[in-house]
Structures are given as C-alpha cells and as structure tokens.
Design a protein around this ligand. Structure first.
Ligand code: CP
Length: 308
C-alpha cells in the first residue's frame, strides 16, 4: 500500500493504522532530507498551498510553511487578523477567493470544531486541519507519535500519560486516537474539572494522582492550561494547579524509572513544567518540533499525490 486512504487530513479519526505507518515511513525519508546540506526536494514544484490561519500559531504555521518550501511547493499565507474577515467576509468566500488563484491545498487552523470538515464539503481542494478549536490537531498527534517511535523504537505497548487540560485540548484528543490506533496504553491525568466526562469510552483510563501516573508511564505528554478557552475557573489558583499537576526536577528524580517528557508547546514555564525539566535530557520537546517538519512534509507529499 503506497497511498493514504483519505483525500484530506481532517482528523486522526479518519485515518487507519496503515495510513499512520505510511506517513511515518515517508517522514523517515524526509527527516534524512532535512538533515542534508541541501534540504530541499523538487517533488511539489507544480503544487500551490495556502496556509489559512484564523487563530494564532508559532510552531504549526512555521513548520507547515517550511515543510511546503522544502518540497518546492508555491506557498501563500493568510492570517485572519490582517484580512477582509475583519470586514465580515465568510470562511467559504475567503477560501473560494484564495482557491480562484489556483490553489491545490489548504492548511487551515480555525477556532471552530469541524471547520475543516465543513470546508472540505464546500471547496475543491485538499484540506489539512492544523487545529480546529478544542477538537483535533492531527499533525501534532502524528509528530508526537513519530517522536515516541524515534525515541523508544515503537509506540505499540508503550505507556503514555497525557497530563493537564484534557477538556480544552485538541492535542489530547488527536493523541489519544493516534496512540490507541498504534496499540499504546493511554492514561489521562489532571484536575477532575479538566477531564471530559465519558473519556474512558476512548479506551483510556483516568488517574488524578500525578505521581502514580508518572510511575506508570514511559512517556508523559504535558499540556498547557488553555486559559483562552475557559470562561469559568476550573481550579482554585495556578499555584495549586502547579503543586498538584506540575512536573519539576525533584519529582522526576524521585520516580522509579527515567521517563520521557513531551510538550506540544507553547510552554507555560513554571506552570505545567519547570524550565529544568523542559530543558533536561529527558525532554524531547525540540525533537518534536524538528520531527514536525518531516511529518508535515510526509502528509503534504502523500495528499498531493492524490490530487495530481
Ligand atoms: N503545538 C502547537 O500547535 O503550537 P502553535 O499553537 O504554536 O502552532
């Protein structure tokens, strides 16, 4: 099998295990490319990609743009904050205007869950979801699993705990779906108020004692508290959150074994993890960022081969 089962990447829920394996094998090749002195391949010289961002981003936006340029695609960037969306233009009109300029693929981040699915039904281009509200962030989950595979050899059978604000996190949902598809064991850990009801239906277990969760896991993926998505208080104070659910060096060193620390970024240093943990040799946070370019090159390359 050498092609994806999907035309768009709208969420991990639309992928199967073969798709993930194919993306990782293709990313292995591109990781080698981006570490060569000439970091570019001519694969997508006739493809034009629009990065359409209705929400802020540092890593995802730069990583997609770099991935597209490394593949020799033509790239245009759209940021809602500096656009005619501010004058009332709709999502469909905005994207159709962009597509009139002969764009083949749209990478979109949007605050509304399902925005990518909606768009895919209304426009004739391949859509990649770069994060839709608190719903999915599929390329983040793919690069996270790819980084676990790189560090630990495989994802199957590994114990992974996702810690923090699970309720508002698209990274959590996409990670759970991707990890379970590959045969990992997954726990979530955080304040009860930040863990969605019925999350066990996704095949994960809930642990509210961080030390127990860390002693169980091979990998801890630490999430940021998403204050921008909260309209009420979910825990008494940030200090208390950090005391119960933050990881510091003393806690890491008191565990039964050495675990791998991940974080999708942006980090709130001193809240979910301290700087000495983020910058320690147990952390693979910057490897995740490097792998993000290779994984996104793989996703774009494989989807582009379906639109030609
Ligand atoms: N991990 C992630 O999505 O980061 P950005 O919001 O900076 O893109």
């Amino acid at each position: 099998m050498s092609e994806l089962s999907v035309k768009h990447l709208l969420g991990i829920k639309y992928l199967n295990k073969n798709d993930i394996n194919l993306i990782f094998e293709t990313a292995d090749h591109f990781k080698e490319v981006i570490n060569r002195s000439i970091k570019k391949v001519p694969s997508l010289r006739d493809v034009t990609i629009a990065n359409v961002f209705f929400e802020n981003s540092t890593r995802t936006k730069l990583s997609f743009e770099l991935a597209e340029k490394r593949l020799s695609a033509d790239v245009i960037n759209f940021s809602a904050a500096q656009s005619s969306v501010k004058k009332g233009e709709t999502l469909i009109d905005t994207v159709n205007n962009i597509l009139s300029m002969k764009v083949d693929m749209v990478v979109m981040r949007h605050p509304n869950p399902g925005a990518g699915v909606f768009l895919s039904k209304h426009v004739n281009a391949s859509i990649i979801n770069a994060g839709d509200g608190a719903h999915e962030h599929p390329t983040q989950a793919l690069l996270d699993s790819y980084s676990i595979r790189e560090k630990l050899g495989e994802v199957a059978g590994k114990n992974v705990v996702i810690v923090g604000d699970i309720l508002h996190s698209r990274v959590a949902l996409s990670n759970i779906l991707a990890l379970k598809l590959q045969g990992a064991n997954v726990k979530v850990c955080g304040p009860k108020t930040l863990i969605p009801k019925h999350i066990e239906s996704l095949g994960v277990t809930v642990e509210t004692d961080l030390r127990k969760a860390l002693n169980w896991c091979d990998v801890a993926n630490m999430l940021r508290v998403q204050n921008e998505r909260m309209d009420i208080s979910y825990f008494p104070t940030t200090r208390e959150y950090t005391q119960q659910f933050g990881v510091n060096k003393a806690l890491l060193e008191s565990l039964d074994k050495e675990i791998v620390i991940m974080h999708p970024g942006p980090i709130n240093r001193g809240v979910e993890i301290t700087s000495d943990v983020a910058d320690s040799n147990q952390s693979i946070i910057l490897d995740q960022v490097e792998n993000g370019v290779a994984v996104r090159m793989a996703v774009i390359y494989l989807l582009a081969s379906k639109i030609k």
